[in-house]
Design a protein around this ligand. Structure first.
Ligand code: KIV
Length: 266
């Protein structure tokens, strides 16, 4: 299994880091079989698996349950578990306890949290001080949609991009070993990647990050909405109902089961 050290080395050598989200036994298994470098059990599970309109209602219990299942499918892959909304906002004590649960109960290798404000920096320091590796996340952070007023690209104005750059520096200084950059201009992604020693992983942040992450259901064409930065490698949203409809028709027409499907012919 790769480690935090491996990811640092990959950045140094210019080898792109491939991350994909997964949420359960089969997606973990397929991600590992595909040879990804790391898996994120993202709180995007709220939208693509649990059917919520956003990520805000995802709980610690949800992330623990889904990380455990993902681990059973991806026994040899580095797994990052997302810290849900409000699991790292109330106190440093609660933050550390929640991060520790993701490592001890769910078998994650690292945790991820969103934002770069002063209190987030304190949270990153507190968690890394417990010897728990932290992935930070800046830009269009989905847990902030209510303050952003929707899914809006961040860092377009000079002052905003300077703020994100400074937060990236603070995150590195606080001890995070990796930084996800989401929904920012390509130039800013490039600038942060060039300046930081820790690897950056982009999602809608252009071509120059040290790695890329996409949501499993987006890659496979199974999501309700496809953002512009996504490349669909399959169109399962169309194919799955077609295949299921074929089964429905065959049962109704007495085409299934056929003789070869009979478990115990007498
Ligand atoms: O929850 C998630 O899947 C994420 C990625 C999109 C980075 O945070």
């Amino acid at each position: 299994m790769l480690s935090t050290r491996s990811f640092k080395k990959m950045k140094k050598r210019g080898k792109k880091i491939v991350m994909i989200t997964a949420y359960d036994y089969p997606s973990g298994k397929y991600a590992q079989l595909a040879g990804v470098d790391m898996i994120l059990v993202g709180d995007s599970l709220g939208m693509v698996v649990l059917g919520y309109p956003n990520t805000l209602k995802v709980t610690m219990a949800d992330i623990i349950h889904h990380t455990k299942a993902t681990r059973r499918g991806a026994t040899d892959t580095f797994i990052v578990a997302d810290m849900p909304f409000m699991s790292y906002h109330v106190s440093l004590e609660e933050t550390k306890k929640n991060a520790a649960r993701l490592i001890l109960e769910a078998d994650a290798n690292a945790v991820k949290l969103e934002g770069g404000s002063a209190s987030r920096i304190e949270a990153i320091k507190a968690i890394t001080d417990c010897e728990i590796p932290v992935v930070a996340h800046l830009g269009l952070t989905p847990q902030s949609i209510n303050t952003f007023g929707g899914y809006v690209v961040q860092g377009k104005k000079d002052a905003d991009s300077e703020k994100i750059l400074q937060q990236a520096r603070d995150i590195q200084d606080a001890g995070a070993f990796m930084l996800v950059l989401e929904g920012i201009p390509e130039k800013l992604g490039q600038q942060i990647t060039k300046e930081l020693k820790i690897p950056t992983i982009g999602i809608g942040a252009g071509r120059y990050c040290d790695g890329q992450v996409l949501v499993y259901h987006d890659i496979l064409g199974m999501a309700d909405f496809t953002p512009k930065f996504v490349k669909k490698y399959a169109n399962l949203e169309k194919e799955i109902p077609q295949k299921l409809a074929k089964y429905v028709t065959e049962v109704r027409n007495l085409d299934f089961p056929a003789s070869e499907h009979i478990y115990f012919p007498i």
